[in-house]
Design a protein around this ligand. Structure first.
Ligand code: AMP
Length: 399
């Protein structure tokens, strides 16, 4: 694009995003609101992001010429999912277009092995684990870690894909075969009290901002509900922010990042915490990170001064993060394809609920487990928001 582009990029500039799902769509909506142009690149046509973007390119991620042409047409690049080949970042660098977060962060987040090593190097507390690359190593690791354990492919799956639990009586070799002999990470099964996450952002000048810590409830390994803020002791929230800050600084992040935590019950701290630095004295273990906006941050669209998508736009374009102040307690409920089982959900019933905010991602095919949209409810308390949200979602279901 314009070789004389100057940062921070003003509205009117063009942001390129690799990936074209709902995260890119919500980014594109914020871009439109703020007067930025947004181009999307992915192998899919008629995508959630493409329906909103100013330009959509449907091409393979390893199509060097198409990636190069795309990079030339934008002022800064970002991504909405991690599994974009590192080649993309290399080509962007050759074209002099900044990729935010950097290709190094993208590379680390693409693989559990690299991610865990990076977290440990930064002195951050992670679940006890072993890397395994054959059955013999797996058997040894199971002996050390004990039952139950969770075997995860090193290459990232998502929403619980690419992982299996190894219970007493299950032969490790059977679990190993499930993933076709790919290198894996064996993790101790953590008997957590709750799952929590924190979305944070860091600008190019190092300015850091974190949203309140939230609680996540999963069903079948897929996020179901996010409750913001999480009802935890202030010390836990402070610890989460300290860990998030440390991670963002360590990575020199420019962009948005989400950390998923397991909250240990007070009585379990000694057993489960790996001795990996001073941060390991608390009740939080990091399960995984995502260097982009996250499903557990969708509540920020209605519930915070700055949405996580505006935050991505701000930081990628070279501005500082906006205020992460929460406006009201909020609850986000995912709408999965299962809701379509008996036909189109009852939108009329939902829209009689004045406080429910509907988000649909423009996906045409509703498959079980597929994220089709979400609802957000804000209220005076998380209990009230949850009650309204659950009732609103139930009203959608046809029997
Ligand atoms: P992941 O894909 O690693 O985020 O895992 C998806 C979900 O599986 C998590 O949100 C947890 O509910 C569960 N899970 C993953 N790893 C563990 C673990 N080591 N111990 C207990 N539950 C886990």
């Amino acid at each position: 694009m314009d070789q004389a582009r100057r940062f921070p990029l003003p509205p009117g500039s063009t942001i390129g995003v690799f990936g074209s799902g709902q995260l890119g769509r919500m980014l594109a909506m914020e871009a439109r609101r703020m007067g930025y142009r947004l181009h999307t690149y992915s192998p899919e046509s008629d995508s959630p992001t493409g329906q909103i973007a100013d330009l959509k390119i449907a091409a393979a991620y390893d199509d060097c010429e198409a990636v190069r042409a795309f990079a030339k047409g934008v002022d800064a690049l970002t991504f909405e999912f991690e599994n974009v080949p590192s080649l993309v970042a290399e080509i962007a660098a050759e074209e002099g277009v900044p990729v935010r977060p950097s290709g190094t962060i993208l590379h680390a987040a693409q693989n559990r092995r690299r991610e865990k090593s990076m977290l440990r190097r930064a002195g951050l507390p992670v679940t006890p684990y072993h890397f395994v690359k054959d059955v013999a190593e797996l058997e040894e690791a199971v002996q050390e870690i004990g039952y139950p354990a969770i075997l995860k492919t090193a290459a990232f799956g998502y929403d619980g894909k690419g992982q299996t639990r190894i219970e007493p009586g299950v032969r490790p070799s059977a679990a190993w075969q499930l993933f076709g002999g790919q290198s894996c990470v064996l993790e101790a099964h953590v008997d957590f009290e709750r799952e929590l996450s924190m979305v944070a952002a860091r600008g190019v000048h190092g300015d850091f901002a974190a949203y309140p810590l939230v609680e996540n409830r999963h069903v079948n390994h897929i996020l179901d509900i996010t409750i913001a803020p999480a009802e935890v002791e202030p010390a836990v929230a402070a610890e989460a922010e300290r860990l998030a800050r440390r991670l963002c600084e360590n990575l020199k992040l420019v962009g948005v990042l989400c950390i998923e935590f397991f909250l240990l019950p007070k009585s379990r701290i000694d057993r489960d915490v790996q001795s990996s630095g001073s941060a390991a004295t608390g009740r939080l273990l990091i399960n995984e990170i995502a260097p982009r906006p996250h499903n557990s941050g969708h509540w920020t669209i209605e519930g915070a001064v700055t949405s996580q998508f505006e935050q991505q736009l701000r930081t990628v374009s070279g501005h500082g993060p906006g205020s992460t102040e929460m406006l009201r307690p909020s609850v986000m409920l995912n709408l999965l394809g299962d809701l379509w089982h008996y036909g189109e959900p009852d939108w009329q019933a939902l829209l009689t609920v004045p406080d429910a905010k509907l988000h649909l991602y423009g996906k045409h095919e509703a498959r079980p487990g597929r994220k089709m949209g979400h609802l957000t409810v804000t209220a005076d308390s998380t209990d009230a928001a949850l009650e309204t949200g659950l009732a609103a979602r139930a009203a959608l279901r046809r029997h």
